[in-house]
Design a protein. Structure first.
Length: 121
């Protein structure tokens, strides 16, 4: 498939049934909360769907900023603020576990590669 065919196969259509307006709320210190408000295709609020809250923060590491993001189980902004700390800690823990698993897999792969036996030695 050439480049033009690949471009023609990409669907850039926006789903009119899942539109959200986005607001960003921050304390300018710890993090931010993205509030996604359901809207209809005419821009009016869609009260049939619920708002979505996404927490975002970052930690400094020797390699630079480490972004942490997770959906917040909340129905209001106040609830989102309340669950933010615990949710970010959980997201960080999950990220650490994934990184440790990746390191284990990489070490296993390196061990397997080092076990190559060359005949005649």
């Amino acid at each position: 498939m050439n480049g033009q065919e690949q471009i023609n196969n990409i669907n850039f259509s926006i789903d009119k049934d899942t539109l959200f307006r986005e607001e960003s709320i921050t304390d300018l210190k710890v993090g931010s909360i993205r509030r996604l408000i359901p809207v209809k295709s005419d821009g009016t609020s869609d009260d049939a769907r619920t708002e979505v809250f996404i927490g975002h923060t970052q930690l400094m590491s020797p390699e630079g900023p480490l972004p942490i993001q997770s959906e917040l189980e909340a129905k209001t902004l106040e609830e989102a603020i309340d669950v933010f700390p615990a949710t970010m800690k959980q997201a960080l823990q999950e990220m650490i576990e994934k990184m440790q698993e990746m390191q284990r897999q990489q070490q296993t792969q390196q061990k397997d590669e080092s076990r190559i036996i060359v005949p005649g030695r």
